[in-house]
Design a protein around this ligand. Structure first.
Ligand code: K7E
Ligand code: CUA
Length: 653
């Protein structure tokens, strides 16, 4: 299985398209040579030996983030973000449910694509990880000391928050943009009025330097293109952000043909410092739009508020803010090299990888090297901004990452390979096959000022014939490739959860010692916390029953409860009074139409249960916590509605 199979070079984009690309002189199809791994070079990290890096991968349509070690490829944790996760009672417990509120109501799922680590001075600082929700546009912030989601903000005027949430070099902002243009503001209009009524959106979410708290600072109302991916500038280009823009044809049907007409589409270059000045000068308009903002407070309880207005800039009101850079053809990824000078795009249908120069962009603006205006936005001349083009790189370039030695690595979906090229002269240096159909790729620290440059990880869409088959659906996979020498070397394959569109990795030493081990019970501010067994109790208020329960190895208090009736709303508040690392307790009761609870040491979690039948129902701890875990159980007696069985419960003498 060392060689690519021919169906795979063609992949999901179809034979006809590949033929078109070949006719356009788009490189050879048989390009793989060398660099494949053998058993002797496989990475083995012994148990107890730490990995050097954490890798955070998006779960794609699982809506979550997964945490791996590199170089081992071992999966350590799934961080719940946009999807309910019964394993952690995320989105099921009362404390976490508000995280999934949106202007459309409670949504238990999303499609997450791009993890982005917070940065200080263009280096990963290990504080937060941001990730986008693509379907119901949102951005989430994960605290990396706890590896939990702390905040989610909805993005208005967006439909497919795909070009997001890449962070600026000092985490001033995370960027957003809409993949699908929609009527702006939303309204009921014929789809055929696309060109008149549909608009795009590029937005900047400000991040508080101390707390990480996100605020929608402003949006820019753009022409109705598809804004696909983004990278903020850094170093020389700090203060700018770049967004690929396909469907500049503004097609609203059969985009595979109708949006593949123009030979060049655009990178939208946004001078966000100019945008800030326009906002400060009062040039933004206030739009009334509904969008949710959800956050976890310092009592570890989530809240949701609905915001109703935002600031929107029109490019015409702020002439130095937005430029279009012509870019061949239907670009997907856009990536900025460690210096900030070079901007590479992945034109899915392009015969070259175009590299633009930031210095040349500035000169073209100063010299007015303008090809034409589109919707009042200047289109700079391609020749004036181009640094070089990587000739015949392969088929279907998508994404590029960089090492610290001046090399770039581009993923080629159709020819299923990674191509290494030199940033200074666009010369191809090496190529290695990937199995199969690579999407994103990631160099450790590859979007920072100083990448760590040891490995590139290929994030592949198809694993056919690499693993044991598992029915109609096969896992996606990651491949670890050594890039420390001149030639790339395949080291390891490992499966991933969901679809890992993108991943980011950070030196483990930057965050491992900051990990929270327990929550401090004395500081537990949950109003329903029970900090000592003697305070455990059951309280009835009308047809609402509150059970205040403690959990410790290996019992619950109380563990015999009577006086609950069919149809009551029973709030079970479980406090884990342990103060040891890695001793969660779970709680589940027969027939509860909900998930379990999983409660960390020092934490309180609440679940609501409406009993439906009379009887005596057992409850138990779901997380194997001690030798006597199987003894960690109890009973709740459920009586018929209107029964005169009094509320009673046991506490230790
Ligand atoms: Cu999968 Cu960044 Cu959503 Cu490319 S995207 S592959
Ligand atoms: Cu507590 Cu098992």
């Amino acid at each position: 299985m060392m060689r690519d199979s021919s169906w795979n070079r063609i992949g999901r984009m179809g034979a006809a398209l590949a033929a078109v690309l070949l006719a356009a002189g788009c490189g050879k199809t048989t390009t793989q040579a060398g660099g494949t791994g053998d058993a002797a070079s496989r990475v083995y990290v012994a148990p107890g030996q730490y990995d050097e890096f954490y890798m955070f991968a998006s779960g794609g349509f699982s809506g979550q983030v997964s945490v791996y070690g590199l170089p081992s490829g071992r999966l350590f944790r799934v961080i719940p973000v946009f999807s309910q996760d019964a394993e952690k009672s995320y989105g099921y417990s009362e404390q976490s449910k508000p995280m999934l509120e949106t202007s459309y109501g409670f949504i238990p799922w999303d499609d997450a694509h791009h993890p982005s680590l917070s940065k200080t001075d263009a280096m990963n600082d290990g504080r937060w990880l941001f990730i986008n929700g693509n379907n119901t546009p949102r951005v989430a912030r994960i605290d990396l000391a706890e590896m939990n989601t702390k905040e989610i903000i909805e993005i208005p005027n967006s439909a497919g928050n795909h070009a997001s949430p890449f962070v600026t070099q000092g985490t001033e902002y995370v960027v957003t943009a809409t993949r699908f243009s929609v009527p702006t503001p939303q309204q009921d209009v014929p789809i055929a009025t696309y060109k008149e009524n549909f608009g795009g959106q590029i937005g900047f979410v400000a991040v508080d330097a101390k707390t990480g708290k996100m605020t929608l600072a402003f949006q820019i109302h753009m022409p109705g293109f598809d804004y696909d991916l983004a990278r903020p500038g850094k170093g020389v280009s700090h203060g700018w952000a770049f967004f690929t823009s396909y469907n500049t044809e503004q097609a609203n049907t059969l985009l595979e043909r109708n949006a593949s007409q123009n030979d060049k589409d655009f990178i939208t270059a946004v001078n966000w410092k100019a945008a800030e000045q326009c906002v400060a000068a009062g040039k933004a308009k206030t739009w009334n739009t509904k969008y949710a903002h959800n956050w976890v407070d310092d009592a570890d309880i989530a809240h949701s508020e609905m915001l109703t207005s935002e600031k929107v800039l029109e490019p015409a009101d702020c002439p130095d803010m937005v430029y279009f850079l012509p870019t061949p053809k239907s670009p997907h990824g856009v990536d900025v090299d460690p210096t900030g000078e070079f901007i590479a795009a992945g034109g899915k249908l392009a015969a070259v990888i175009p590299v633009a120069s930031f210095t040349k962009i500035q000169k073209a603006i100063a010299d007015k090297s303008i090809d034409r205006m589109v919707d009042g936005i200047p289109v700079l001349k391609y020749e004036a901004i181009s640094a070089c083009e990587v000739p015949q790189p392969g088929l279907g370039p998508l994404h590029t990452e960089f090492d610290e030695k001046g090399n770039a690595y581009t993923s080629m979906f159709l020819s299923s390979e990674i191509v290494k090229w030199s940033v200074k002269d666009c010369k191809v240096l090496d190529r290695i096959p990937t199995y199969y159909s690579i999407g994103h790729l990631m160099v450790v620290g590859g979007d920072t000022r100083q990448p760590d440059g040891k490995y590139v990880v290929a994030l592949n869409k198809i694993t056919k014939d690499r693993y044991l088959p598992t029915g109609p659906e096969l896992t996606q996979s990651a491949q670890l490739i050594d890039i420390s020498g001149d030639k790339m070397k395949l080291l390891l394959d490992f499966p991933t959860i969901g679809e890992p569109h993108y991943a980011q990795a950070i030196l483990a030493s930057k965050i491992k010692d900051a990990q929270i081990k327990t929550f401090n019970l004395a500081e537990n501010k949950d109003p329903n916390a029970t900090k000592a067994e003697k305070d455990a109790r059951v309280v009835r208020k009308g047809n609402v029953v509150h059970i205040y329960m403690t959990a410790i190895r290996s019992h619950f208090v109380p563990d015999n409860i009577e006086g609950v009736q069919v149809g009551d709303s029973v709030y079970i508040h479980v406090t884990n009074v342990e103060q040891d690392w890695d001793v969660p307790h779970g709680f589940a009761v027969t027939g509860m139409r909900n998930s379990e609870l999983l409660v960390m040491p020092g934490q309180t979690r609440t679940i609501v249960w409406v009993p439906e039948r009379p009887g005596v129902l057992p409850f138990y701890c779901t997380d194997f916590c001690s030798a006597l875990h199987q003894e960690m159980q109890g009973y709740i007696r459920v009586s018929p509605k209107g029964s005169n069985v009094a509320v009673s419960y046991n506490t230790p003498k």
